[in-house]
Design a protein around this ligand. Sequence first.
Ligand code: ADP
Length: 492
Amino acid sequence: MGEMLLVIDEGTTSTRAMLFAPDGKCVGSRAEPLTQSYPQPGRVEHDAAEIWTKSAACAQAMVDLAGGADRVAAIGITNQRETIVFWDTATGEPLAPAIVWQDRRTADVCRALREAGEEAGVQARTGLLLDPYFSATKIAWALENWPQLREAGERLAVGTIESWLVWKLTAGKGRGGCHVTDATNASRTLLMGLGSGRWDDGLLDLFGVPRRLLPEIVDCAGEIGRTTLFGGSIPICGLAGDQQAATIGQACLVPGDTKATFGTGAFVLTQYGARVPASRNRLLATVAWQLGGERAYALEGSVFVAGSLMQWLRDSLGLIATAPESETLARGVADNGGVYCVPALSGLGAPWWRAEARGVISGLSFTATRAHVVRAALEAMAHQAHDLKTAFAADGADWQALRIDGGMVANDWLAQDLADMLAVPVERPAFVETTALGAAMLAGVGCGLFASLAEAAAMRGAVETFAPAMEATARNRRLSGWAQAVKQAIRD
Ligand code: ADP
């Protein structure tokens, strides 16, 4: 058996494959962009056939780089969560577009269910809120509106992206594939009981999703199936949704360990251990992983606007030429000059959940410069993280340190500001592709290269620590300035 680990990291804007050595060294990667379709305002779709073809091509390139299928010990898959695929089990072809996590077409259904008083019960059973983000209402919408799905009858299969990829990887000539989903992806559908790890009959009835369409829920590591598509037989041994994989890739294995990914948006997950979390502060409860039938849980908070604020400053306002220029500008002024930016450009996410809130730039005077506005925009990242930390602490999961990753954390000024405002050490690993790394760790555990996730965590490698250094008065001034600005953003 080979010892290389092949990861398929299927994202929203691109899919890619990466090859890892067991010591965590990334030996190579290949990415392909994915087509986004916006058939109507609020609707976002993908072509599942394109996702498969491009993912398979990237994987083949990595198998070639490894020197053949027998050099690869196992495949790990990580994926955009909540996105839902509909396919024909006889032909193995998609029957309809994939409905993407960003799609809002079921906003009215969710509102109606909330108004009917269903949210508390749904949250207690799933850890989630009634929002179109999650898969269940997307599935029900498709069954009602796409007649070809009903016409397919017994041949229709439904699954999230990892489920689709495993089916395609394991299907053979004239033979269907394995229809499975892992517990982390299943925990984002609104259909799985968080405590039981099983599809919940009450939820299936509430959302109108027949159980027979759904995959079997399996562990995140172990031999899930085998593929013979790459010139030999390779086991698929790791599966996890992208944010859970990043949590594992950041070695957040002990309750309290927390990671924050600052990409287009920001996602924070805190490891909660074996107890099912029950948030009283509008955070989500989710499965961190399932191994040997045992689940570890996490609390999750998502912020809608993070790196996209830099893109907006660059593309819509023209205040910066590149995202990294924000760091030079922020360093060029002594402070924010009283300017605050609340980036509620598409409403405010956790812990506020105010879809109707809109962005604010406050505190402007004639002394304010471009640098102050850009600095305020960067400072908004630490302020949003601080609001989340407060909510996590109120839910009994305060952070003692924060492990960061994602495209934005290349910005040293931002990393230091996070440490200063959160008043905890901030750790940045040298290798920031934590999502792919987490999937490699799961695959390594699943194929027996490692005895446990704790052993696999050595793959994470070196980290750089940013220590808090801001004086209390400056920090308090920032916190109260931000609180004022948020009030303006959510004013009814
Ligand atoms: P995603 O995975 O969501 O596509 P990435 O993790 O690749 O996003 O991060 C890209 C985001 O990070 C972009 O929105 C970009 O504006 C931002 N970004 C990249 N470099 C910097 C930087 N040096 N300072 C601030 N923001 C940055």
